[in-house]
Design a protein around this ligand. Structure first.
Ligand code: TYD
Ligand code: MG
Length: 406
């Protein structure tokens, strides 16, 4: 980045706050992951697998933003963008499409047209003339992003960069850009499911770990205001191995269905696998169940799945993992209106988790009526009264399995 003339340091109290506040994208789920809207001059990376819906998301956002958006299409022709826009029902002259792969030309055009926002789709297909390596190489990707950042800061125009996650799970790719840009959003989901999660993994202007939830439809992405309902929509009732877990994604409670399938193993080393939840964590919980709760799993295969393609990382899900495994093993279903949360310690104790109240309220909102939660959380919640909701506080795995009647 070019350096200007030397400047004097300023006292903190005299530095002016940033101008302009935040612009809304008029998509609440996108605003949320951005930390409350678009910050002037910010650079936002939207990463994700090819075909997950990044171009669709940004084209929809562009149509809703006030003012003009310059859409740099470096991998699709303007005609292809037009076809997508028609499918999305977008007919607006406020989106200017430029099919261009030279960064220098892009910046020149941006400076001339002075749009209110820029979308670069994608960072892997543009190149700067300053270095000789091919588009998509680490050097090009990094240099182009740094120059876009410089442009955004200099003009105040926010820039959205699309980055494909490459096969190896690295983005020469978004990963190499994470430290350069202000905000990093990852668009996740399984191709076979219509849910899409937009996750904040870095944000200089807001909290991380926020999620936005969308559903891919025939006419683009629609926002999902109540993800819990969506994730539990197809839940089978009174089936063993299925447990409702009250999880948190950032500041947002989300109820999910945890499923376990425990079957006698025909292998000398039983098979274990987990989808959507950390495998190491699952193994730890299985070991605790074996050791302190007398649940024998040494000769069984264990498969775990978080329904809907969500990826969850919270220890607060431990109790749901344990409950689903035991429920499947013993073929005892949980009550259909039951939900659980709680962290499991190595000696089988159930530890308190954060945001207990938010989890409980979310579950009550969608009609669940029974809960098994850490005893300490229950004590702290003495003041909380939700009519018709029966909460049992438990201290260890034994008590939890008993309270769940499994
Ligand atoms: P796209 O936004 O092109 O993905 P990316 O830019 O991340 O590569 O979306 C691609 C997929 O989304 C494609 O398989 C078709 C599907 N899709 C829909 O299901 N509905 C729609 O309205 C649109 C525009 C795309
Ligand atoms: Mg695309």
């Amino acid at each position: 980045m070019a350096s200007g003339p030397a400047r004097d340091p300023e006292p903190l109290s005299r530095i002016k706050p940033p101008e302009g506040g935040r612009a809304t994208t008029r998509m609440a789920e996108l605003d949320r992951v951005l930390g409350g809207g678009i910050v002037r001059g910010s650079v936002v990376l939207v990463g994700g697998d090819p075909g997950i819906g990044k171009s669709t998301l940004l084209l929809q956002a562009a149509a809703r933003l006030g003012g003009t958006t310059l859409y740099i299409s470096a991998e699709e022709s303007p005609e292809q963008i037009k076809v997508r826009a028609e499918r999305l029902g977008i007919l607006t002259d406020s989106i200017l499409v430029l099919a261009e792969i030279s960064l220098e030309n892009i910046l020149e055009d941006a400076a001339r047209t002075g749009p209110d926002a820029i979308i670069v789709d994608s960072i892997q297909t543009i190149y700067t003339e300053e270095i000789s390596s091919a588009p998509g190489s680490v050097g090009q990707v990094r240099d182009c992003a740094a120059k876009l950042m410089h442009f955004a800061k200099g003009t105040g125009i926010p820039v959205f960069i699309v980055g494909h996650v490459t096969k190896e799970g690295m983005i020469a790719g978004p990963r190499v850009l994470e430290h350069i840009v202000d905000t990093v959003l990852y668009f996740e989901g399984q191709r076979s499911h219509s849910f899409r999660i937009l996750r904040t993994v870095k944000n200089r202007f807001g909290s991380t770990n926020e999620i936005g939830v969308f559903e891919m439809t025939d006419a683009g992405l629609s926002e999902v205001e109540n993800p819990s309902e969506l994730f539990l929509a197809e839940r089978p009732l009174k089936v063993s191995g299925s447990v409702v877990a009250a999880s948190m994604e950032g500041t947002r409670p989300v109820l999910v269905e945890m499923q376990a399938l425990v079957t006698p193993s025909t292998f000398s080393v039983p098979r274990r696998s987990s989808l959507g939840i950390d495998f190491q964590r699952v193994n730890l919980i299985l070991a605790v169940l074996e050791k302190v709760a007398g649940v024998h799993l040494a000769a069984t295969d264990v498969f775990l799945n978080v329904v809907g393609g969500l990826k969850l990382e919270e220890p607060a899900l431990d109790l749901a993992v344990a409950a689903s495994v035991v429920s499947s093993l013993r073929e005892r279903p949980l009550a259909p209106d039951m939900f659980v949360f709680g962290e499991i310690g190595l000696s089988g104790e159930i530890r308190a988790v954060n945001h207990a109240e938010a989890r409980i309220k979310e579950a009550a909102k969608i009609g669940l009526r029974q809960a098994v939660i850490p005893g300490i959380n229950l004590e702290r919640l003495r003041g909380l009264k939700i009519p018709g909701l029966r909460i049992t506080g438990v201290k260890n795995v034994h008590e939890a399995l008993e309270a769940l009647s499994i």
